[in-house]
Design a protein around this ligand. Structure first.
Ligand code: FES
Ligand SMILES: [Fe+2]
Length: 402
């Protein structure tokens, strides 16, 4: 027994990974509650996030709920046709103004005391028994919905809480904008399928997974034969793009036809790319369909993955079915397979005995091939920049770095 007042040291963490450059390692502290609180302030509330596609709010009064930086927010199309963002919080007593996931309304009426707001500019339109505020200093004009920065890029709607952040075009940078030119800028796309998958892991396990080509042949073995590793390029502002190719000789006739029977205008059958937008989003363009993947952090150990599948607006039902079949064939199986290992990873990352993992594969050039870790290191460089830290870890007392 130790003397009174002294605690024994029970565990000794495994030391840092040998001779590996520390920036090619990740410390488990980045997945902690403390890190999550710091990320909420420094990253989630400062970066631009892909919220939805503007086809999801098609008409005047259409709204869509999302969560951004821990806050409930709304994307809304006004009577003037513009898409805007607002915080989904009633100015009376803080109830959600819109509890539904999506819908369309002439005015937004809070379910609690029925204050009503304009779907165009968020102004407060109606207050039941308003005369009771007489003499209190209350004025309707002071209590409209609080706006949220929202900007659309070829129909993809991004939101940002930080009023000081640069415009989204600057955040994405010229490289991403150039990639999005083709074919996304030429197509009138619309979302026709949305799925949402909760998973019990830190949001960064997903952000890393989408940059990790190493796991692909093991977790998605059916992709091993059909999708040979393709080159990727690191872009400015921590974004990246990877080419996609389907090996014609390695897929069945039926798979090939499913993929290529209705290529998106301007695309070659079997071709495509994956655009990785820092920190959490993917826009995946295949010749047969487009889909987006985003992750909403709920806590340090819980997240929700959202997928939106898009086709060309107004296309015939058989073409739409072909897009869904293409998505089902090449993409629908991946999220459950990834989520399974990410949840196992989360359990391992909770270890207090083994605290360091590796992102050391491959070189540091701006181009590489699926299977190395350079895109993960690029992610971590962006993460460090936002977090104001110099290593892939969260110091024990974050206040030290504030
Ligand atoms: S909380 Fe919305 S009307 Fe009272
Ligand atoms: Fe995967």
């Amino acid at each position: 027994m130790p003397p009174d007042g002294q605690l024994p040291v029970l565990t000794t963490p495994v030391p840092v990974a040998g001779a590996i450059d520390p920036l090619r390692t990740v410390h488990n502290s980045v997945y902690s509650e403390e890190a999550f609180a710091l990320e909420t302030e420094r990253l989630f509330r400062r970066a631009w996030y892909l919220l939805c596609h503007d086809s999801e709010v098609p008409a005047s009064g259409s709204f869509l709920r999302r969560r951004l930086g821990g806050d409930p927010v709304l994307v809304l199309r006004g009577a003037d046709g513009a898409v805007r963002g607002f915080h989904n919080v009633c100015r009376h007593r803080g109830c959600l103004v819109v509890p539904e996931e999506r819908g369309c309304a002439r005015a937004l009426v809070c379910p609690y005391h029925h204050w009503s707001y304009s779907t165009t500019d968020g102004s407060l339109l109606g207050v039941p028994h308003e005369e009771a505020y007489d003499g209190s200093g209350f004025a309707r004009g002071d209590f409209g919905l609080v706006p949220l920065r929202c900007e659309s890029v070829h129909g993809f709607v991004f939101g940002c809480i930080d009023e000081q952040a640069p415009p989204v075009a600057e955040y994405l940078g010229p490289d991403v904008l150039q990639v999005m030119e083709s074919p996304l800028s030429r197509l009138a796309l619309e979302v026709f399928h949305v799925e949402s998958t909760p998973f019990a892991a830190n949001w960064k396990t997903f952000a890393e997974n989408i940059r990790d080509g190493y796991h692909v042949p093991f977790v998605h073995p059916w992709l091993r034969r059909s999708s040979p590793p393709q080159p990727y390029t690191l872009l400015g502002n921590h974004h990246a793009v990877q080419q996609l190719r389907l090996a014609r000789e390695a897929v069945t006739e039926e798979e090939w036809l499913t993929t290529t029977s209705h290529p998106l205008p301007g695309m070659e059958g079997g071709a495509g790319y994956v655009l990785t937008i820092f920190p959490d989003s993917l826009i995946i363009v295949r010749s047969g369909e487009v889909h987006t993947m985003t992750v909403t952090p709920l806590s340090a150990a819980a997240s929700t993955l959202e997928i939106r599948v898009l086709g060309v607006a107004g296309e015939p039902p058989e073409v739409r079915r072909a897009r869904q079949a293409c998505y089902d064939l090449w993409s629908a199986r991946q999220p459950p397979e990834d989520v399974e290992v990410l949840q196992y990873q989360q359990q391992g990352l909770a270890s207090r005995s083994v605290q360091v993992s590796l992102v050391a594969r491959g070189g540091d050039a701006t181009a590489g091939r699926r299977g190395d870790d350079n895109r993960l290191r690029q992610f971590w460089a962006g993460w460090r920049a936002y977090m104001g830290v110099t290593a892939n870890e969260v110091p024990p007392d974050p206040a030290v770095t504030r």
